[in-house]
Design a protein around this ligand. Sequence first.
Ligand SMILES: [Zn+2]
Length: 157
Amino acid sequence: MATYVLILHCAAPCRVTVGAWGDVTLAAGVHLYVGSARRAWRARVNRHMQSTKKLRWHIDYLLAVPEMQIASVWLTQENRECPTAQTLGSLPGVTLPGRRIGASDCRCPGHFLRLDSPLPVIEAPLRAWGFAPLADASETTSFSCRRARRSGVHAPW
Ligand SMILES: [Zn+2]
């Protein structure tokens, strides 16, 4: 079971209908989503980057708005989805845009978070927990998730 953290950038404030959960108002700035994939994490991450797909999970609705772009993806092969969501949620400057978003199947306050602090506030703990950014693992220095997602070309990992 791999656990991943999507670091998302919301370009402008917007309102999103997250399926049956309802409407959530998003502020501009950095957001985080913690997810896991039992087997094919590459396929899962690629799925997040595809702009056209059937909306299934809460995160699908959030990524469907043009304002929301994937800035980077952090991954560990460890099964620690809920502990990661809970610990990130307790860091300074991290808040919940809406309770239980992305956490329908567990008891976490939420797997979708907003980050007001600078990125190092979460990067250091992520590294300590064994996460690494996927872009770093790639030899492609010009790699951009955002461009990959827009053009529909699968990211080179
Ligand atoms: Zn959870």
